[in-house]
Design a protein around this ligand. Structure first.
Ligand code: AMP
Ligand code: ZN
Length: 462
């Protein structure tokens, strides 16, 4: 096992060793469903999808849990502002999230626990923290975690706790790294919470955001599991607090490997609605950037570096996909009986894997892949590639596609075009050439071309 990954906990690349041979338990922080997910969120979710697919490709059995944060400060605030009940608001955005994740070919998780379905296990964990003197009750019936009770507090985010003058506590779910404070595990009910609240041993209230992920990750994956992921903004306070709650509450180790992906920038800066560069998947579709191109553009960088998304890069991603699709067709065309054969995969495949084994170095892996593609195209130009090489090449393309998911988007051909293509096929069968040509023109006017090949007609975007 050669895979090494950068552990935020140790700030080092480490040889990855799963706790149980062959099986990996993975937890990834999911969306806060108070609004549509944007492409920045999806950069993180796609990094996690790539990691998971790579682990599966290496033969691991991965159990993946992604939570849905459907109660926290942001969801309650938004529901109030929109005069909606919390459940209607979060259902709307949860549905949208799944729709977009599906369009991006993100592999579904094994469990998507929603926080509001797991309040009982959060109460249980909070009670354990109180029993062990890691948490205390305030006058209003809220429960806070005492950070000075946990000597490892600040280790994940590398905070200098000795220099901290901790005088206050914080009830907000999110707060700055500069002010580590006792944080809320349970927030007593307030007027602003409307009808959101659950009964607990400490009165009516709701959980803090951080306790949600501690309770649900351990519930589904066990107290000590392999990998926990999120975006870098999750390191503090969210993941720092998760470690504190889980380790202090259960007294065992929590997570072996913390992986964090860097943020997405758009046009060199933060996405903003006022600058017109705040993109959701649908905004890009309107600009003729399909989810497979968005996926490729968002994966095209090292997960630990900031990635700058621009429309030019998205257009380049589209071209790269077309190039790979054309190449695959060429391989398939030369050996009509060519089947992918892993046994004869090129040496470049091993280099590709070595690059990914080195902390998922996607830029290097892509460099290797495209150089191989160029060489193979050269050989195909000269009719110089033998059948085994082609079969191995197809197997490489297949593995590549398993990770990058660029070909499986047949649904990107609009229904209307598929329908026309079927009608044209029928006209051809009936040898109605005039009708078949008429439909071909209609398809062309709508931006698609039909190519008739020995194995049937193929649709291509112009
Ligand atoms: P949220 O829905 O706000 O809880 O965020 C969901 C995930 O998206 C978290 O793991 C965040 O770290 C991540 N995230 C938020 N903004 C960005 C961004 N601009 N680039 C990359 N990841 C982000
Ligand atoms: Zn989380």
């Amino acid at each position: 096992m050669n895979l090494s990954l950068y552990n935020t906990a140790t700030r080092k690349k480490e040889q990855f060793v799963p706790l149980q041979e062959g099986a990996i338990k993975l937890y990834t922080c999911g969306p806060t469903v108070y609004d549509y997910a944007h492409i920045g969120n999806f950069r993180t979710f796609l990094f996690e999808d790539f990691l998971k697919r790579y682990l599966i490709l290496k033969g691991f059995d991965v159990t993946h849990v992604m939570n849905i944060t459907d109660v926290d400060d942001k969801t309650i605030e938004r529901a109030t502002a929109q005069q909606m009940d919390l459940q209607s608001l979060t259902k709307k955005y949860t549905d949208m999230f799944f729709q977009d994740a599906n369009r991006l070919n993100i592999m579904p998780a094994d469990h998507y626990p929603a926080a509001t379905d797991h309040i009982d296990i959060m109460i249980e964990l909070i009670q354990q923290l109180i029993d062990k003197d890691h948490a205390y009750k305030t006058e209003d019936g809220s429960i806070y975690f005492s950070i000075k009770s946990f000597k490892e507090y600040g280790k994940l985010a590398r905070l200098d706790m000795a220099g901290q003058q901790q005088t206050e506590r914080v009830s907000a779910d999110d707060y700055s790294k500069e002010t580590p404070q006792d944080f809320a595990l349970w927030k007593s009910w307030k007027k602003e919470d409307g009808d959101v609240g659950w009964e607990s041993p400490w009165g009516k209230g709701r959980p803090g955001w951080h306790i949600e992920c501690s309770a649900m990750s351990m519930h589904y994956l066990g107290q000590h599991f392999d990998i926990h992921c999120g975006g870098t903004d999750n390191i503090f306070p969210h993941h720092e607090n998760e470690v504190a709650q889980s380790v202090a509450g259960k007294g065992s180790k929590f997570v072996n490997l913390w992986l964090h992906s860097e943020h997405l920038l758009v046009d060199g800066g933060k996405m903003s609605k006022s600058l017109g560069n705040y993109y959701r998947l649908d905004d890009l579709l309107e600009k003729d950037i399909h989810p497979s191109a968005t996926r490729f553009a968002l994966l095209n960088g090292h997960y630990r570096s900031r990635l700058n998304f621009t429309l030019t890069k998205a257009t380049e991603a589209k071209k790269a996909i077309t190039r790979i699709a054309d190449f695959k067709e060429r391989l398939q065309a030369v050996g009509s009986e060519s089947n992918p054969q892993e046994k004869t995969m090129p040496a470049e495949f091993d280099m590709f894997v070595s690059a990914l084994d080195d902390d998922l170095n996607i830029p290097e892996a892509l460099g290797i892949f495209f150089e191989w593609l160029r060489n193979m195209n050269g050989k195909l130009d000269k009719d110089n590639a033998d059948a085994l090489e082609i079969a191995g090449g197809l197997a490489f393309v297949e593995k590549f596609n398993y990770l990058f998911q660029i070909f499986s988007k047949t649904e990107e051909i609009p229904e209307e075009i598929l329908d026309l293509a079927n009608k044209r096929e029928k006209a051809r069968e009936e040898q109605n050439w005039a009708e078949s040509d008429r439909i071909r023109d209609e398809i062309s006017q709508k931006g698609w071309t039909v190519e008739d090949t020995p194995s049937g007609s193929k649709l291509k975007k112009k």
